[in-house]
Design a protein around this ligand. Structure first.
Ligand code: IPM
Ligand code: MG
Length: 357
């Protein structure tokens, strides 16, 4: 297979971790007889510095012409001024919107070898295997009106939580289809006790649930869910959330696995749309350029890319198995080393390549 990928390394640790994911993709492509063509483009803060635009036209054009997009991270203190007119994050939100990737899949799976690395009790996290489906192109992130103004001499900021029924139904269907292929359970997270948006969310969720009588469905309020993720994480299979709640809960859930540095994601849209793959963590400016970041979330995002955009299931599994083997052999980056010996970013990438070899 000939595969065209756009790489968007972005800011902070982004370039370091994308380099490792690329190394791994090269090895897997070689082993299975595929040819990969890369086009590396600017996004985020570095794109603002070089072009003034966090998502330059050239970047978008390249993404639209590729089979899939692999992104590192965007943002950093340099572009963090709350008064700045353009922000790196706008590039990320726009690429998600432009590609139409409305469903963000964030698997939270505990590698057996890392169960001890979780801040939660080992017996509680063992066997956790949740698939978060976070809606990605609506909600407070995109709703209008939004902005800031002066009212009676006071600064006021406002955003709009907004969903229409089609946006809810399509992401729910992705969740239900996944639940069918998994353990047949789906939890929909909302705040229907307070917010109108979320009452529509729940109503539509119930309608879609009727189409999937074989899937065991439940509604959960977001505040309760924040609690259940800590005290009974292994009860959940597929969890569907809106954009804002999913952003928060998925960071929380990453702690179950021991580190934010372990969690990949896949953003997908309607059939035929170009998928976007990125670790769920940010640009970690505090450790950028030091060669110590954990590349596994990005490497695992590469595996998701193989599976979801290219249908290369054996290849995706090979990468995931290699990561599990490397962890089982005791190799760790600093974030999961618990004070023990830590490998650098490139060394960890090499270990995964060797395991694939
Ligand atoms: C994420 C990130 C982004 C988000 C930021 C960087 C805009 O936190 O992918 O979870 O809020 O979606
Ligand atoms: Mg986030």
């Amino acid at each position: 297979m000939e595969i065209k990928l756009t790489l968007l390394p972005g800011d902070g640790i982004g370039p370091e971790i994308v380099t490792e994911a690329r190394k791994v993709l090269d090895v897997v492509a070689n082993r299975f007889g595929h040819t990969l063509y890369y086009n590396t483009q600017l996004i985020g803060g570095i794109a603002i510095d070089e072009t003034g635009d966090p998502l330059p036209e050239e970047t978008l054009g390249a993404c639209l012409q590729s089979d899939a997009v692999l992104l590192g991270a965007v943002g950093g203190p340099k572009w963090d001024d709350p008064k700045a007119a353009v922000r790196p994050e706008q590039g990320l939100l726009r690429i998600r919107k432009e590609l139409g990737v409305f469903a963000n899949l964030r698997p939270v799976k505990v590698f057996e070898a890392l169960a001890e690395a979780s801040p939660l009790k080992t017996e509680r996290v063992r066997g956790v295997d949740i698939m978060f489906v976070r809606e990605l192109t609506g909600d407070l992130y995109f709703g209008t009106p939004r902005g800031r103004e002066i009212v009676n001499g006071k600064r006021v900021g406002f955003n709009t939580m907004r969903y229409d029924e089609d946006e809810i139904a399509r992401v729910m269907r992705i969740g239900f289809e996944l639940a069918r292929q998994r353990r047949g359970k789906l939890a929909s997270v909302d705040k229907a006790n307070v917010l109108e948006t979320m009452r529509v969310w729940r109503e539509v969720a119930h309608e879609v649930a009727q189409e999937y009588p074989d899937v065991q469905y439940e509604d959960l309020l977001v505040d309760a869910m924040a609690m259940y993720l800590i005290n009974r994480p292994s009860d959940f299979d597929v969890v569907v959330t809106g954009n804002m709640f999913g952003d928060i809960l998925s960071d929380e859930a990453s702690m179950i696995t021991g580190s934010l540095g372990m969690l990949p994601s896949a953003s997908i849209g309607a059939d035929g749309s170009i998928g976007l793959y990125e670790p769920i963590h940010g640009s970690a400016p505090d450790i950028a350029g030091k060669g110590i970041a954990n590349p596994l979330a990005t490497i695992l995002s590469g595996a998701m890319l193989l599976r979801w955009s290219l249908g290369l299931h054996a290849e995706a599994e090979a990468v995931e198995t290699a990561v599990a083997q490397v962890l089982a052999a005791g190799h760790r980056t600093g974030d999961i080393a618990a004070g023990g010996k830590a490998l650098g970013t490139a060394e960890m990438g090499d270990k995964v390549c060797e395991a694939l070899g």
